[in-house]
Ligand binder design. Structure first.
Ligand code: FES
Ligand SMILES: [Fe+2]
Length: 473
């Protein structure tokens, strides 16, 4: 093992194989950034429930945090053509992202400079931005085009009436914006994890699945339900035969990034006495439920495969090999030198505050959480970003499918895949009761696991820094 791959093993981990040992047993060489463990010393004291339930805290988030961070506003595949315009709304802010003729994207505050009407209330192509109220019009580059009844606005002659803009950066096909013009560039702000995306041609991916649903829980409680894997034992028991939930790796890097890596194709340490064939069978059963499911995961070959029950990674190796072939067939690229890990595993990467774009060669999941107008609800969006098949033009993003408030994720099972929708519905079986349960707390505190809940503590620590005015630095 080379120096870069030497890691500081913690003693207080779940028994069984560590993720690093799985990487060491990979049939190919995984990249160094998967080996690197990064923990931050934090106290283990209880955390307050107030941030999840308090309107005053939400107001402080709106004042001090949201305008001062980089936000995922759109995928570039939502606005591929000149004039394509995406409406991005968060809290009471509204932005119009407009693709410029030179390929750049501008983000205008969606508010007329006359008497404030929103210039647009939906996405679509624009040849100009004309206010529907009295007809003030701007060109797509934000410069003023026309004032009706100009004789009444002689006092504005010579004044710059261009639309105010937020800052925009294009990164890996994501349109990132911030209202804070003093922040470092996005990659510096994010830190070393920005380079973890370089291998997966993210820029050339497209939004092939996109659903949204109102969740009756605070945006942070909802996001945090996806920051650890160890709730699988009670919430997602069907995943345990092929998901090493409690062997997940948790890493914290800087203020704005943390990750969980949950290995696939290995038995949960909670299950005993099962062989490698059991893992293969269960994973195939889960993956093969519908066309939408098999878009994401490939069952092992139907040909006879030889499992080695003395090798804890045997099923994983077989599944990875089958997936390499499946991906090549679907997308046309050569995956023969790609590691088992990057082919199979679940890379739950979170970028503060509300953005979770996974990495890896699978069609990658990408979550976004948008706060509600009270602390008690949010919108959760789930996308799958698919590789553009080799030689083809990147497809335009699909439209967002909004799941009716009283319907489960299973309502969208034809879009999401039955197995994936089922997993999210299991998460939803907790979240409304997390919100109401927090309000019913007798001591208004949460006691967290030192390791498996470390991302929750890290996220809350960064948020506190914004709310207290310690960030942005
Ligand atoms: S408010 Fe926009 S033209 Fe009057
Ligand atoms: Fe879950």
């Amino acid at each position: 093992m080379n120096e870069a791959k030497k890691i500081d093993q913690r003693a207080d981990r779940c028994p069984g194989m560590t993720y690093t040992e799985m990487l060491e047993g990979d049939t190919r060489s995984p990249p160094d950034y998967l080996f690197e463990e990064s923990n931050i010393d934090m106290p283990n004291d209880p955390l307050p429930i107030e941030p999840y339930v308090s309107a005053e805290f939400a107001a402080l988030e709106r004042e001090r945090m949201w305008p001062n961070v980089w936000l995922f506003a759109a995928r570039e595949d939502e606005l591929p053509e000149t004039g394509d315009t995406v409406l991005f709304e968060i809290n009471d802010k509204s932005f119009l992202l407009v693709r410029q003729g030179d390929g750049r994207v501008k983000a205008f505050y969606n508010s007329c400079l006359h008497r404030g009407r929103k210039l647009r209330t939906k996405s679509g192509n624009s040849t100009q931005l004309r206010c529907p109220f009295h007809g003030f019009a701007w060109k797509n580059d934000g410069s003023l085009k026309e004032i009706p009844c100009a004789w009444d606005f002689k006092h504005l002659e010579g004044k710059d009436l261009s639309l105010p803009e937020a800052r925009v950066e294009l990164w890996q096909g994501f349109v990132m914006i911030t209202e804070n013009h003093e922040l470092p560039d996005f990659k510096t702000w994010l830190g070393p994890a920005a380079s973890h995306y370089d291998n997966y041609d993210m820029e050339n991916r497209y939004t092939g699945m996109w659903v949204a649903k109102k969740i009756p829980a605070n945006w942070k409680a909802t996001a945090e339900a996806f920051m650890e894997a160890w709730h699988s034992i009670t919430t997602h028991p069907q995943l345990l035969p092929f998901l090493a939930d409690a062997n997940s790796r948790y890493d914290l890097i800087g203020h704005h990034f943390n990750r969980a890596i949950t290995p696939s194709g290995v038995l949960s340490p909670h299950l005993k006495g099962k062989d490698q064939q059991y893992i293969l069978d269960k994973m195939n059963e889960f993956s093969g439920g519908s066309d939408a499911d098999t878009n994401r995961r490939y069952a092992a070959s139907e040909d006879e495969v030889t499992v080695d029950n003395d090798d804890e990674l045997s099923a994983r190796k077989i599944l990875a090999e089958a997936s390499r072939a499946g991906f090549t067939e679907a997308y046309g690229y050569d995956y023969s030198d790609k590691s088992d890990s990057e082919i199979l595993d679940n890379f739950t990467y979170n970028i503060f505050p509300n953005f979770a774009p996974w990495i890896g060669y699978l069609p990658t999941l990408c979550y976004r959480w948008l706060p509600g107008d009270t602390p008690d609800w949010c919108i959760m969006e789930i996308r799958l970003l698919f590789p553009t098949p080799k030689g083809e033009k990147r497809p335009r993003a699909v439209e967002r499918l909004y799941i009716p408030d009283d319907e489960p994720f299973a309502w969208a099972k034809d879009t999401m895949g039955e197995a994936l929708a089922g997993v999210f519905d299991q998460d939803m079986s907790n979240l409304p009761h997390v919100q109401t349960g927090m309000k019913a707390s007798g001591n208004n505190l949460m006691e967290l696991g030192a390791y498996q809940d470390s991302r929750v503590r890290h996220f809350q620590t960064t948020l506190r820094k914004y709310v207290n005015g310690e960030l942005p630095a």
